[in-house]
Write a protein that binds this ligand. Structure first.
Ligand code: GLO
Ligand code: MG
Length: 349
């Protein structure tokens, strides 16, 4: 067991208190003001918030540099007033007409230029609200049909874009959030292994790392705890989006641990044992309220996810690792299996 018993810092983004719309039905809740979302964060004991560039500056594409700076400062002040920090800003590169067929890997050079300029604005916003990290969720960097693009070229275009950002701001750190599909059929950077591989072919690999979302690993058929372990081995797990997922479905963003408690336990364990957080890493909760949830209580998924993390942390810290070592030495994995299940249920093995 690691000797570091750090305090975990939690964050979520404004999109995690949403209106409940889905591809088959409209919004079922009214939008909440940013101020209200910050109050929820503060009241639930979160330490920070995550941002899309246009969560900070609405209609970003239409704003001048002076307007961007002024609005960012206002949001920074709101954060300060609520005692919250900004963890990262992510460019929203999946909404504009220029990003219909991808952002950095769009076959049209004009569209690629748009994506790069938009990301530079995102970096400026991050600096203005006190975040050193930007997150690239590469939503549309991929294909709907394999023959539509040359995969190798697409990967190198993404690398070139990342190099541009590393050179644009010598301090910025770039966290790639991989996802295998949705909205595209097939992503160019589908897993953390791809993201880390990509980091090594940039001009400054020390400033390119990863953010792992549980659901995205599961959608790739992988175990999120193993994905986290892989990134930790490379010293490149710089943030997480904990949530849960009922198998290979759409990206459900369920509350952490709500579907598979043991899988959640192993994620907390891998983080704890690697002293995650010691270098300032955050625990982000990328969870959504169920569509059935009424307006007034559409924040409980955040409270519950954080509480489940803390409860599982207690389970990690009270695990009898001597007993576990004995089972391992005897190669009695059936006994180990039952011990873990019993420990999670709080019953005798
Ligand atoms: C979608 C992603 C998305 C990102 C967010 C920040 O599947 O999880 O919510 O986390 O845009 O980059
Ligand atoms: Mg996410």
């Amino acid at each position: 067991m690691a000797e570091y018993k750090g305090r975990y810092r939690f964050s979520f983004g404004p999109w995690n208190i949403d209106q409940g719309g889905d591809p088959f039905g409209p919004a079922v809740r009214k939008p909440e003001l940013l101020k209200k979302k910050m109050q929820v964060a503060r009241d639930l004991g979160f330490d920070g918030m995550q941002w899309h560039d246009d969560d900070v500056v609405e209609d970003l594409d239409k704003k001048t540099a002076a307007e961007i700076s002024k609005t960012s400062k206002r949001v920074k002040k709101m954060l300060d007033d609520h005692g919250l920090e900004a963890e990262f800003v992510a460019p929203r590169l999946w909404f504009a007409p220029e990003t219909v067929d991808g952002a950095y890997s769009n076959p049209d050079p004009k569209c690629r230029r748009y994506a790069i300029e938009r990301t530079k604005k995102c970096i400026d916003i991050a600096n203005a609200i006190g975040a050193r990290n930007i997150v690239l969720w590469l939503a549309r960097e991929g294909t709907y049909i394999r023959e539509s693009k040359v995969g190798r070229e697409g990967v190198l275009m993404i690398r070139d874009a990342i190099n541009t950002f590393l050179e644009y701001d010598p301090q910025v750190r770039i966290l790639i959030e991989p996802k295998p599909n949705e909205p595209v059929d097939s992503a160019l950077i589908p897993t953390i292994g791809h993201a880390i591989g990509l980091s090594y072919i940039t001009v400054d690999p020390r400033r390119v790392g990863g953010l792992i979302e549980s659901a995205h690993s599961i959608l790739a058929g992988l175990d999120p705890a193993d994905d986290m372990a892989y990134a930790l081995a490379h010293k490149k797990l710089w943030s997480v989006h904990l949530n849960d997922q009922g198998g290979l479905k759409f990206d459900e963003d369920k509350s952490f641990g709500s579907y598979n408690l043991r899988r959640a336990f192993n994620q907390v364990r891998v983080l704890e044992e690697a002293s995650y957080g010691r270098n300032g890493e955050w625990v982000g909760l990328d969870v959504k309220a169920m569509r059935t949830q009424k307006q007034a209580v559409a924040w409980k998924h955040l409270r519950n996810s954080k509480q489940t993390f803390m409860d599982l942390l207690e389970k990690v810290r009270t695990l009898d690792t001597k007993l576990e070592a004995q089972f391992k030495a005897q190669r009695d994995y059936e006994e180990l299996d039952r011990y873990i299940v019993a420990h999670l249920m709080g019953v005798k093995a």
